[in-house]
Write a protein that binds this ligand. Sequence first.
Ligand code: BG6
Length: 431
Amino acid sequence: MTKEALTFIIFGGTGDLAKRKLAPAFSELIHEGVVKKGSTLIGISRENLSDEDYKHFLIKSVKDVKEKHHLEEINIKHLRIDFSKSKNIEQLSEALPSCEVEGCNRVYYLATSYKLFPKILEGLKKFKLISKKDIFNRIVFEKPFGENLKSSDALEKKIHKIVDEKNVFRIDHYLGKESVQNIIALKFGSKGFQHLIDNEHIEQINVIIDETLGVGNRLSYYNDFGAIKDMIQNHLLQLLALLLMDKPKELISEKIHDEKVKILKEISFSNVENSLLGQYKSYKEELKERKLKRKKTETFAKIELNCNNEKYKGVKIFLRTGKKLPHRYGKIIIDFKNPQNKIIINLQPNEDIEIIIDGKKLDKIDLCPDCKFSPNSRDAYEVLLKEIINDKRNLFVRRDEIHEAWRIVDEIVRKKKEIPFVIYEDCSNPS
Ligand code: BG6
């Protein structure tokens, strides 16, 4: 754990993520002592806010009254910068504490559109705020990382001209959820489970993240992306990779990533007939209100995939996600060849594993006893920020994982027009 004070710079400092996730996570990490007193948080946005206004904005974002005051213990600044032009980053260089002299540690969090990532990095380089040699200049990229294979690969090239991979952290916040980390523990902690997960025993796997909320105020982004790119490209494929990957030779970051990439390479889109896309009924009205172009953007997607290796060939694999569905949950359902046997890994809101044998619930393993008292275990962003500060990389996505995920998604998108498409009532189940 770093003993030093930290300078944390958020590009997109007044955005939804900073407000809903980063401010509360930061507050908790100050409380835990992971972020030392005397650290600095600089939010960058195009809004006209004083440092005091920004501090107030962040403090207001922390819902838990007891936690709010922790943010008072660090320095909070706001800079109004149009960072779509790299020359404007000069203002940041003037505002940063004299880190070079005092050996300060910096985390740059890019919570902006991926299209701005290269400009921001060029600016940071130009004003000598990062260099490939830096030890603790960590750059965090929020998803989406590109919008298809081509843009994502191009982005990687640009990034790596400026920063070394060892300083790069690509976020998929699902990997920060403790219930998701438990998939690895479950798979490799028990030999029995490991040996059951193959085409000899399994008929079908469903990976599901259903949401009850609609798109909300992210409509203009979502309208271009849709559920396949917003959820399947990252969270659902990551869950699937964790479930199917082979045991890494060692449980260390690089080996885990190697195994995930190996399995992702075997995955391909199966067929359009068993897949389904949909849009909730009021989506059309939401577009109209915001004067956005009407598109056939999917707010629901059920996609059938194949895993083409010896171990899984023939197993039916479905990824399903959607908005404005009847329930909010994340789960993996494993159906065995014997239709009476099933394992359900509940990821959220419940965090447990149900083992059903001969149609009877044989066991329920509680993965989060504390969840009875609070809705969720530690927030994913809190976990991820801590890992970034401590330079641990298991819970981030490596560049080749992103590459493979976009390859799979490009394949789906190419056939998208042939997949059946339905309009579903808000909060009903389209499939
Ligand atoms: C985000 C997606 O990555 O994950 C959102 O962009 C989605 O559309 C969200 O709502 C779901 O995350 P969680 O943790 O609330 O299940």
